[in-house]
Write a protein that binds this ligand. Structure first.
Ligand SMILES: NCCCNCCCCCC(=O)CS
Ligand SMILES: [Zn+2]
Length: 697
């Protein structure tokens, strides 16, 4: 199994810059790379990566995505005078040339291809290429938006050509629409292109009609192009104009705060749960390319978004469950040097396997984001079975110019200037990973190769009166069984290791999983955290739920569950769940993940009480996704000695990417209906469950 994270950087790519005055281009500066590189170095992250040399792309490689005439034209720029460069630049939009930019553009492509080689040959598991110029706006015969050659487009074409792969997923989380990528792959069903971008009903750059959600791809490529437009923009009602004239800095700040309309982490995560991940799992990619632009982070002069840098640690982690973890991230935009550097560090730290930091304060996606989510799901319903039963009454038909009051540029500039001075955000919390990743307790005789890299924990068996004290549980005969008392002692010492931050997560194979789960929850609540998420696969849920919210129980069962009104008890009844992998996944993505993010637990207990409910691969996928929470503090409890389940659980807890679920059939409609029913019931309490705007129930 491949391991290791590649990091590609060459300071040569800092040796070009804007040589004349152009307000649209002045933000694309060499310091973008140096601050990112230095931040990775100072955080001790670059030292944990595998450095790979960059190289110049060959002409043949560049011609995979660009025309000969365009290449010939760009080839002439190194010998041009300043005037000639300015004239040459005029033919394109929002981009600039420099005598050394051709050289750097070849290095940016070459770095991306080196990364693809290393991942596809298994030399590394994943990696990041820190490059400039960016690429996702450049087209076959045209430079655009600071981009000269389309690094990620060439990487995808190169991967198809040299590694014979047939399904590449491109995730473009840059705040601009990568129209160059859309044009390149819109007829290609082998490359699924997903982009979210500021759009504001075509008022935001690059102002293209085809950046809207109804551009779904063409011909054979229909369904393989997904655009998620962000349409909320500051309403510059004329009366604000009057106000501005009498506006001092304080009032401007207030005005900005009330207008701050960028998207935040709740919006981003909702799009992953309800749009990108369902399709990505159904597409079942063999490779993930990320057009990693960080102008979608807070503080960016282009993006004006509110999502703080740690969100990129989560987006990265969620994508690492796909394609066997083969993920190549290539830098695109990102112009606030502080949030850029922090976001780059968050991304690399997750690629290295460190647990994402807890994200508190998530709420629900804003109304505009819900409109976009609903519109995209409607537009793609005919192409992806994961949206088959989705509640989508198509949002106002696409391209409607919202009756927005035209912006007042002078005031808008004033707001923007004021805004840039005002935006501050907390440093991302440090994400220390305990020295030992996985502790394991299991009955003797269950040795297994993968378990050797786990840290063996054996506790002192509990005495019956200790149990009476520790375990608020009616005395049952099992509590006299010395195997049970031993396993409770083992779990206690495992939890203590986690508590002491010696161990990140753990696995316990137990004789009685219900007692173990009850004991684990109660001990975690007394000594570790005030919120425990219990994910229980089996029909008899162990714990009585106090409605105080200190335990959230998500129970996957196969028998009709009890009716419940509780917002902390979520029974998910799935019929034939072991065969309906798509139905299981739908429950995980559209229900379990949004709930867990909204609940923000300090500890996760993942309990497999009944091995027949889901297959080993689906379970391993779940264990991987659950490590997004609680700084990776996951305790898996398994009853019985299903060796395959034990092995995949340990492997996933150790950070091995779960193997892929393979092509997914349509989920059983009764299972989708059961999940949708629960989602409808709970979405008023847990906003991340929402997928539709207010007016369209
Ligand atoms: N023509 C009116 C001003 C528009 N500004 C355009 C800036 C292009 C941004 C490109 C970028 O960030 C790549 S990721
Ligand atoms: Zn951008």
């Amino acid at each position: 199994m491949a391991s290791g994270t590649a990091l590609l950087y060459d300071e040569e790519m800092t040796r070009y810059k804007l040589l004349w005055v152009d307000p649209a281009c002045k933000i694309e500066v060499p310091e973008r790379l140096t601050v990112s590189w230095e931040a990775l170095h100072n955080a001790g992250l670059s030292g944990r990566c595998i450095p790979l040399p960059v190289r110049q792309a060959t002409e043949e490689e560049i011609l995979l995505a660009h025309s000969q005439e365009y290449l010939e034209a760009v080839k002439k720029t190194p010998d041009m005078s300043l005037e000639e460069l300015m004239t040459f630049t005029q033919q394109y939009g929002d981009v600039y040339f420099h005598p050394n930019i051709y050289h750097c553009a070849k290095l940016a492509v070459g770095a991306s291809l080196q990364l693809v080689d290393a991942v596809m040959t298994g030399k590394v598991r994943n990696g990041l290429a820190l490059v400039r110029p960016p690429g996702h706006h450049s087209q076959r015969s045209e430079a655009s938006g600071f981009c000269v050659f389309n690094n990620v487009a060439i990487a995808a074409l190169y991967a198809k050509k040299h590694f014979k792969i047939q399904r590449v997923l491109i995730v473009d989380w840059d705040i601009h629409h990568g129209q160059g990528l859309q044009y390149c792959f819109e007829e290609d069903p082998q490359v699924l292109y997903f982009s979210w971008h500021r759009y504001e009903h075509q008022r935001f750059w690059p102002n293209l009609r085809e950046s809207d959600f109804d551009s779904v791809g063409k011909g054979m490529g229909a369904g393989f192009n997904i655009n998620l437009p962000w349409n909320k923009a500051r309403l510059m009602a004329p009366y604000f104009r009057g106000l501005l004239e009498h506006c001092d800095q304080k009032c401007l700040t207030w005005l900005l705060a009330s207008l701050q309309v960028g998207m935040d982490s709740s919006d981003y995560l909702s799009v992953f749960f309800h749009v990108l991940l369902p399709v990505a799992y159904e597409f079942n990619p063999e490779l993930i390319l990320v057009s990693a632009g960080f102008d979608s982070a807070v503080g960016d002069p282009e993006g004006h978004m509110c999502a703080t840098p740690e969100i990129f640690g989560h987006l990265t982690h969620l994508l690492m469950s796909l394609a066997g973890g083969r993920l190549c991230a290539v830098l695109e935009g990102g112009y606030n040097l502080t949030s850029l550097a922090q976001s780059v560090c968050q991304t690399v730290q997750t690629l290295l396997g460190d647990p994402p930091s807890r994200i508190s304060g998530l709420s629900s996606p804003c109304e505009s984001a819900l409109e976009s989510i609903q519109s995209v799901r409607a537009a793609h319903q005919q192409y992806w079975v994961c949206f088959k039963n989705a509640d989508v009454s198509l949002w106002p038909d696409p391209g409607t110019k919202c009756s927005r009051l035209e912006g007042d540029t002078q005031a808008e500039e004033a707001l923007k200037e004021g805004e840039m001075r005002e935006i501050v955000w907390p440093e991302p919390p440090s994400r220390l990973a305990p020295p030992i990743r996985t502790g394991v307790t299991l009955p003797a005789g269950l040795e297994d190769d993968v378990l050797t890299s786990c840290f063996r924990v054996t506790g002192i068996p509990l005495t019956p009166n200790q149990v009476a004290k520790e375990l608020w549980h009616p005395a049952v005969p099992e509590l006299k069984d010395e195997k049970v008392l031993q396993s409770l002692g083992d779990i206690l010492s495992l939890l203590k290791e986690i508590e002491k931050k010696e161990v990140r997560n753990g696995l316990a194979v137990v004789p009685n999983v219900s007692l173990a789960a009850t004991f684990g929850v109660q001990h975690a609540l007394t000594s570790l955290t005030d919120r425990v998420l219990l994910v229980f696969l089996g029909n008899e849920a162990p714990v009585e739920l106090q409605e105080d919210g200190r335990v959230m129980l998500i129970q996957l069962c196969s028998t009709e569950p009890v009716e419940t009104k509780s917002k902390f008890y979520v029974p998910i009844c799935l019929k034939k769940s072991s065969s309906d992998v798509a139905g299981f996944l739908h429950a995980v993505l559209s229900l379990l993940l949004p709930l867990a993010y909204g609940y923000d637990p300090g500890m996760i207990l993942a309990v497999m009480a009944d091995c027949s409910l889901v297959g080993a691969v689906a379970w391993a996928q779940l264990i991987g996704l659950l490590q997004s929470f609680a700084q990776g503090h996951t305790l898996a409890l398994i009853q019985g000695a299903e060796k395959e389940i034990i092995r995949v659980t340990a492997a996933s807890l150790l950070g091995e990417p779960a193997s892929t679920l393979g092509p997914l059939g349509p989920p059983l409609s009764e299972n989708v209906k059961a999940v949708e029913k629960e989602r409808q019931r709970l979405q008023t309490h847990w906003g991340l469950l929402q997928t539709t705007g207010e007016d369209h129930p």
